[in-house]
Design a protein around this ligand. Sequence first.
Ligand SMILES: Cc1ncc(COP(=O)(O)O)c(C=O)c1O
Length: 424
Amino acid sequence: MEQLSAKPHLENFSIKDVIDSENDSFDERLGKFVTFGLNYLDHRQNLYRRSICSPMANRVKVYDENLEKEVEMVMFGSNNYLGLANNAEVKQAVLDCVARYGVGAGGPPLLNGTTSLHKQAEEKLSKFKKQEDTVIFSSGFIAQLGWMAALLSDKDIVIFDEYSHASFFEGLRMFRCRKVPFRHNDLDDLERKLKTCAKTGQQIWVCIEGVYSMDGDIVDLPKFLELTEKYNCRVALDDAHGTGVLGKEGAGIVEHFGVDPNLIDVHMGTFSKAFGTVGGFIAATRPIAEYIRYMAKPHIFSAALPVSVIQTVLTGIDLMKSESQLIEKLHHNVRYLLNQFAKIGIDTRTDSAIIPIFLPSIAKVRDMSVEFHQRGLFINSVEYPAVPADQQRFRVSVMATHTKEDLDFLVDTIKSVFTKHQLL
Ligand SMILES: Cc1ncc(COP(=O)(O)O)c(C=O)c1O
């Protein structure tokens, strides 16, 4: 595989140095951003926003700005877990659908934006998630903001896993309610918090994720639901990374554990991961879904998704059911990688398609990222300040469409770079 070129990069700079200055005026913040941030983005080997010039598949073409040409890379940084973003059946269905319906809705769902396909997708998603009704949003992020804006109030108490996604924290900023984090996946800590909060008699919402996106681990959902039932809480579940990945038919963590779907009040998902497209949804009881549909401003005042996206979802659900080998192959690939990593001395685990490879704090994450890039491996790093300095990691996203050759290339490249950095 062709070598990619590298620009020199600045070490020890973090965008946090800029965004942390919240007490500064906008002019001061912008000044710092121009002095430090733009300088950094221009001078480091900037691996953000790499230009992909091919379908999102196991191998992608990336435009290398230094070489001024496209090079092939092996993709381990995409959430397109089942390969549906470039699936022949999905693409054909979308082409047919665009020929029939055109490309855009032209307005919000409550006015002109709902087509018969949108309604079919709502019904199909509801069956898929074993809920009565489903509301579709233009992204998972917006779905999160939407249900929170519609259902929460300043009088509630919101208890949540400390590793929750940025969209959840952004939603919380809308409220002055009591906000109580519990330690990641620690049900004893959750119960301590529940005991204290239950004394207030206020409505308690407990918010968790099916699969945690930085660690790839899952919550013990049956035990968690025992607690939320005991303390009479409302439950919101973000199953962005579980949908299409967990459960025999890809319905996510609820199917994986076989728990009662009615114990979840707000079941959120996204189309941007295993469905390989864009959009988000909330599945719930009919009253809750209709409440969100007519109360959530991010739903009411934003244009509906185009039918091409909706068709992608409809075909995607069919494929998750009929092509069970896709999900099986994904898990086979994950197991193979975990074994191969163990053989080279990398001890890691996962419950999903996300494999974190943790690094000691001394590791030069940026140098290593550049080396991976130069060797043709597309992999994402999770750096401080997104995580604490001692929890930096590379995040491997596995796809059903990866071949054995791709998987071996990943392990060999990691082995070689880690050996060079004396990390094995
Ligand atoms: C856990 C989780 N929730 C929500 C989202 C937002 O989804 P979307 O990409 O559809 O906006 C993401 C995406 O990164 C996620 O990982």
